[in-house]
Design a protein around this ligand. Structure first.
Ligand code: ADP
Length: 537
């Protein structure tokens, strides 16, 4: 019973029990490469031995700068089973941030897609890589991925691993500040895989076809490369093609049952489906997971109601991968639609082994679905600290070891978490809080609005006021006054934003969330607002 819970055990499971289960990977030329767990596992072991033959010390960081494809999948296994550490870098970050992160993590090897070589050129002088391995055609002086793999021993098997040793390092995307890194142990990945696959959460089985749309560098892409392999589900890796048409083609062609991404991806998909109803076959989907930012109710209802696409709200963070899924608990399954709906809109119930509490101004709040507090969490896959950042760690973890998420939530008596806002995004107006996701959702209910983001701007009288930034669907429009009238019945009068800015598109972060930091920087200029704004507060 003290057998180590590690990534080598997950790979062994896939190789022994699901050797013929397919993994489909989109190549740079858009063709679909078909392979199996048997073949991938053998290649991952061989790559592990090739990495060790480079003379790397145990614990050395092997960075990746890759799209979601089969070689990236192999690297996710090869480094950890060799006692090394995989470090997925986010190619959509600014080159300065990528250089900072690679240097901070002490990455020694880089596995990079040919398509990202121009990006590598921009950071090479500021990064500590000793070996650079290119997936695709390697220019002179760099090593080709297949060339490296060929130097490995096909018979190599992993040595015994310590389940508490680090398997992966990952950094936050920096939505609220400088990127911070966390180490994830083998054990954390194994227990997360088991818990997240349970029936009340993702319910993954071997007859599922899973397609991660959230890129692999982001919150470990929800741990899917491991979870799906452990359960023997078919995997579809979409490569660099994450636009709605490419995804719809894979969903129909591969009969995808389970997929996951950030809300902006699903908003794009909804718009494509709305533009040509009935032309895309999405009948295979049993759950489309949306996490990373609030899923607007209008999007959930649009996908469910108009296209029978079952969108399921989830909550996750870099510091803990996946934390909660908004399935209906047993006592809600036959409840009237009106009672079910708010639970689908909530962020969900935490998976087994995760413990939660919410801290308000006067201590931990009741689980009454009303009282607001900052969510704190602990569990066997919640990070312990930020790498090499003792001050940030001391701020983010309580003295008794709970992680302070920075999310302001209510918890219901059934254990559903509902995020009111990120603590840093809440608008504090006249001493009272305004939830930006609620205002955004109200605006996105308007038929002309494609996207809406609300940020706090400084205000002399009320300290802060909400400012809305809105982008319209093609060929539609509305005036700020019409939008205010539209949302007036849905929110308190003093919540109504005085300023509504119309833009072509809302700036996004590297993982596709609204970039509120950039919006605040652009629009946060102090102004005076009329007293009427607070009239009936
Ligand atoms: P970053 O902190 O750089 O944005 P993360 O991906 O770790 O990187 O972001 C985690 C945060 O994203 C959470 O703390 C929460 O605020 C937000 N988030 C994740 N899922 C949801 C969700 N379903 N609804 C609302 N917010 C979410």
């Amino acid at each position: 019973m003290h057998q180590s819970l590690d990534i080598a055990a997950i790979l062994r499971r896939a190789e022994q029990f699901s050797p013929h289960r397919e993994v489909v990977s989109r190549e740079p030329d858009r063709s679909c490469h078909r392979t199996t767990y048997g073949e991938l596992a053998a290649r991952a072991r061989r790559l592990a031995s090739a990495l060790l033959r480079l003379g790397l010390e145990p614990g050395t960081r092997v960075a990746t700068l890759c799209a979601t494809h089969r070689q990236h999948w192999e690297a996710y296994y090869a480094a950890p089973i060799a006692g090394l550490v995989t470090h997925p870098l986010n190619p959509r970050l600014h080159p300065d941030d990528i250089a900072f992160i690679a240097d901070h993590a002490g990455d020694r090897v880089l596995i990079v897609d040919e398509a990202f070589l121009p990006l590598y050129e921009q950071i090479r002088d500021r990064t500590p890589f000793r070996n650079v391995v290119v997936v695709g055609t390697a220019p002179p002086g760099l090593l080709g991925y297949e060339q490296l793999l060929a130097t490995g021993d096909p018979e190599w098997q992993p040595a015994e691993l310590d389940e508490r040793s680090t398997a992966l390092v990952t950094y936050t995307s920096g939505t609220t500040g400088r990127p911070k890194g966390v180490e994830v142990s083998h054990r954390a990945i194994a227990v997360h895989a088991l818990s997240s696959a349970l029936p009340g959460w993702l319910a993954i089985r071997d007859d599922d076809v899973v397609m991660p749309v959230v890129p692999m560098f982001h919150a470990l892409a929800w741990g899917w490369p491991y979870t799906a392999a452990l359960l023997g589900a078919k995997q579809v890796l979409p490569g660099p093609f994450l636009d709605p048409d490419s995804l719809l083609e894979l969903i129909a062609g591969e009969r995808v049952t389970l997929t996951g991404g950030v809300p902006t991806v699903w908003m794009g998909l909804l718009n494509t489906l709305d533009a040509a109803p009935g032309t895309h076959d999405t009948s295979s989907l049993r759950a489309v997971l949306s996490g990373g930012a609030t899923a607007p109710p209008a999007m959930i209802e649009g996908l469910r109601g108009r296209h029978a696409v079952p969108l399921v709200h989830t909550w996750g963070m870099t510091e803990l991968v996946m934390g909660a899924v908004a399935n209906l608990t047993w006592d809600l399954q036959d409840a009237p639609e009106d009672e079910q709906r708010p639970h689908r809109y909530a962020q969900g119930v935490p998976m087994p082994f995760l413990e939660i509490r919410a801290r308000g101004d006067a201590g931990y709040v009741a689980w009454d679905g009303q009282s607001l507090g900052e969510l704190e969490i602990r569990g066997p896959w919640v990070a312990q600290e930020y790498v090499g950042a003792p001050e940030a760690s001391a701020e983010q973890w309580t003295d008794d070891g709970w992680f302070r998420t920075g999310d302001v939530v209510t918890i219901s008596d059934r254990g559903y978490i509902r995020i009111a806002d990120r603590a840093k995004d809440l608008v504090k107006s006249g001493g009272e809080w305004i939830s930006t996701p609620e205002l955004e959702s109200a605006l996105m209910d308007h038929p002309a609005v494609a996207e809406a983001a609300v940020v706090a701007v400084a205000d002399e009288k009320w300290t802060e006021r909400p400012l809305a930034v809105v982008a319209f669907r093609p060929g539609t429009t509305a005036t700020p006054e019409e939008l205010r009238e539209f949302i007036a019945p849905k929110v308190a009068r003093w919540w109504l934003p005085e300023r509504i800015e119309i833009v072509e598109a809302i700036p996004k972060t590297a993982v596709g969330k609204f970039n509120k930091l950039a919006l605040r920087q652009q629009y946060d200029t102090p102004t005076d607002t009329p007293d009427a704004a607070k009239a009936d507060s």
